[in-house]
Design a protein around this ligand. Structure first.
Ligand code: NAP
Length: 309
């Protein structure tokens, strides 16, 4: 039986692995569908402390994995397809190949994925002007028009943040009323650098031939009319989807996020199962906050295991 299985190899999972490995728990880390997590899908990371010149997302995650392995963590490229959790008991995990693992403790660090528009041009221009993280990529687009898609708090926050860089921020929303909180709406509506394209959805992101975003083709949701709006970046803020389907019915979820009954701890509704990172955090969603949550999950798991001995 494994002492500790960590599911996920983003900053939360790998930080948990570093801490657990240094505590001699020899954690088994399962890499999941996107080894290294969301950061491997971005380019430069400029806001992770310790890298004055920035670091490539892939390199950062590679270094985290090596750091965890140096202390005895074992990383396997496996996908968990089923779990059977027992409070305070043996935790069972089934892998895609059919193998079943047993563990005394589990850390869920499966992350979240940004909801996408689902149009081909979005895939073609991903990281070439299309992004889902203004905090990560906004500073690359100075003095050019920037589009933000969505009408919730994330979109409003990103639009306001991006006014620091863009010559103009074009907020594209599919209805004639914003979803975000009143205070955020007021800030956006008062900001002279933000223009709202109401009742509009993105039909196509333009720039495939040029290899970078040159504009968006909007479709009016009422008239069906198409119009082109020039811009050099498109930030999607249409929600995130936590990667927690496999845990439904086994651990308490709310809107798909793993519930942490005590927000100051990493304990889930099941004793012996802990959670960290974007799968349990819809507010901050940063690599560094995920890493911090991974640290506390490893410490909580270590204390849980020590108390059982
Ligand atoms: P959200 O509230 O679910 O908003 C998603 C937005 O994207 C909505 O406006 C939705 O349009 C739009 N949308 C969804 N699918 C779309 C599609 N396929 N095409 C075009 N538009 C689409 O998500 P969120 O903004 O990420 O916020 C998530 C939670 O975190 C919320 O509870 C929010 O309050 C909270 N949050 C809080 C803060 C803060 O307090 N500072 C900051 C960020 C997030 P409709 O409106 O038409 O549904």
């Amino acid at each position: 039986m494994e002492k500790l299985v960590i599911i996920g190899t983003g900053p939360a999972g790998l930080t948990a692995a570093v801490y657990a490995a240094r505590a001699n728990l020899e954690p088994l880390v399962l890499a999941g569908e996107v080894p290294g997590g969301q950061l491997t899908q971005t380019t430069e990371v400029e806001n992770y402390p310790g890298f004055a010149e920035g670091i490539l997302g892939f390199d950062l995650m590679d270094a985290m994995q090596q750091q965890a392995e140096r202390f005895g963590a074992r990383v396997r490229n496996e996908i968990v397809t089923k779990v059977a959790f027992t409070p305070g008991g043996v935790q069972k995990l089934t892998l895609s190949g059919g193998e079943t693992l047993e563990a005394e403790a589990v850390v869920i660090a499966t992350g979240a994925r940004p909801r996408k528009l689902g149009i081909p041009s979005e895939e073609a221009l991903w990281t070439k002007g299309v992004s889902s993280c203004a905090t990560c990529d906004g500073a690359f687009f100075r003095n050019v028009p920037i589009a933000v898609v969505g009408g919730g708090d994330s979109a409003l926050e990103e639009a306001l943040f991006l006014t620091r860089f863009g010559s103009e921020v074009i907020l594209v929303h599919r209805r004639d009323e914003l979803r975000g909180s009143k205070i955020m709406q007021d800030r956006v509506l008062k900001n002279g650098k933000i223009r709202i394209e109401w009742n509009a959805v993105v039909d196509t992101i333009l720039g495939e031939d040029e290899g970078h975003v040159t504009g968006i083709r909007l479709k009016d949701t009422k008239s069906g009319e198409l119009r082109d709006v020039p811009c050099n970046a498109v930030f999607l803020a249409i929600g995130h989807i936590p990667n927690t389907d496999v845990f439904a019915g086994q651990v308490e979820l709310a809107d798909g996020y793993v519930v942490l009954p005590d927000p100051d701890r990493s304990l889930t509704s099941v004793e012996g199962v802990f959670a960290a990172g974007d799968c349990s955090d819809h507010v901050y969603r940063q690599a560094i906050t995920a890493a911090g949550m991974g640290c506390r999950a490893a410490i909580d798991a270590e204390r849980y295991l020590a108390a059982r001995e």
